[in-house]
Design a protein around this ligand. Structure first.
Ligand code: 13P
Length: 255
């Protein structure tokens, strides 16, 4: 496995935090701290209402803005949803799809994750596709089966060309917001399993080029060790991304 052939991406997932004015301040602070850190791509995935102002604040910096969900239809009677073209025009380049909180609280399934991913890619967004096992699945020893199945179902029908705009974020659900982090070896093991599945689906060149992030209580203290693993190509960071100084340290660890 050659880490040099793929991009390292450090992405923040703000979840339901930051009003528009708070977002502008946080984007500017983050951008100032990560200026010149060209060893990885830096993305902040913000609430829908923050996208436009965050994109404006990020102009001319190396911070890119993403959304946290997208609907699969182009327009219509889907109260509360946003289409890919809306996100793009507002200034998003990335979108998180299939986060475990969406799966857990909002009925997201591998089928809807797949539909959202296709729509986002067709519109020109880059997708951060989240998957991972829950605690019971890990304890039952079926983590490999679960992430393999999610990878196959979530990527069904997506072309090799479109895969170039996909990042997979391995987020063990038991590690999200809990302070429990997968050990670097656990993260490496599962990221390698996912890469192996992608190799079976698209060939090993495509798999080697795929960025696979780890997410789940990644912070400024544990990032360097997690990122040192050959199959861990970045991080998707929740809590620590809300504090520019902490997030910038993770970006620093990725250089
Ligand atoms: P925490 O970093 O807060 O555990 O959240 C991880 C996550 O869900 C990122 O998408």
């Amino acid at each position: 496995m050659k880490k040099e052939v793929r991009k390292v991406v450090i992405a923040g997932n703000w979840k339901m935090n930051m009003t528009p004015s708070e977002a502008v301040t946080a984007v500017k602070e983050t951008a100032a701290l990560v200026e010149g850190k060209t060893g990885c791509d830096v993305v902040l995935c913000v609430p829908f209402v923050d996208i436009a102002v965050a994109a404006e604040a990020a102009k001319g910096t190396n911070v890119k803005i993403g959304a946290q969900n997208v609907h699969f239809e182009a327009k219509g009677a889907f109260t509360g949803e946003c289409s890919a073209s809306m996100l793009l025009e507002a200034g998003a380049e990335y979108v998180i799809i299939g986060h475990s909180e969406r799966r857990q609280y909002f009925g997201e399934t591998d089928e809807t994750v797949n539909k959202r991913t296709k729509a986002a890619l067709a519109a020109g967004l880059k997708v951060i596709l989240c998957l991972g096992e829950v605690l019971e699945e890990r304890q039952a020893g079926i983590t490999a089966e679960i992430v393999s199945m999610q990878t196959k179902l979530d990527l069904a029908g997506i072309s090799a060309e479109d895969l170039k705009n996909v990042i997979i974020a391995y987020e063990p659900v038991w590690a999200i917001g809990t302070g429990l982090t997968a050990t670097p070896d656990q993260a490496e093991e599962v990221c390698a399993i996912i890469r192996n599945v992608v190799c079976g689906l698209y060939g090993c060149c495509a798999a080697e080029a795929l960025t696979i992030q780890y997410g789940g209580s990644m912070n400024d203290a544990n990032a360097a060790e997690l990122l040192s693993k050959v199959n861990v190509d970045g991080g998707l960071i929740g809590g620590a991304s809300l504090v520019p100084a902490k997030f910038a340290k993770i970006v620093e660890a990725a250089q």
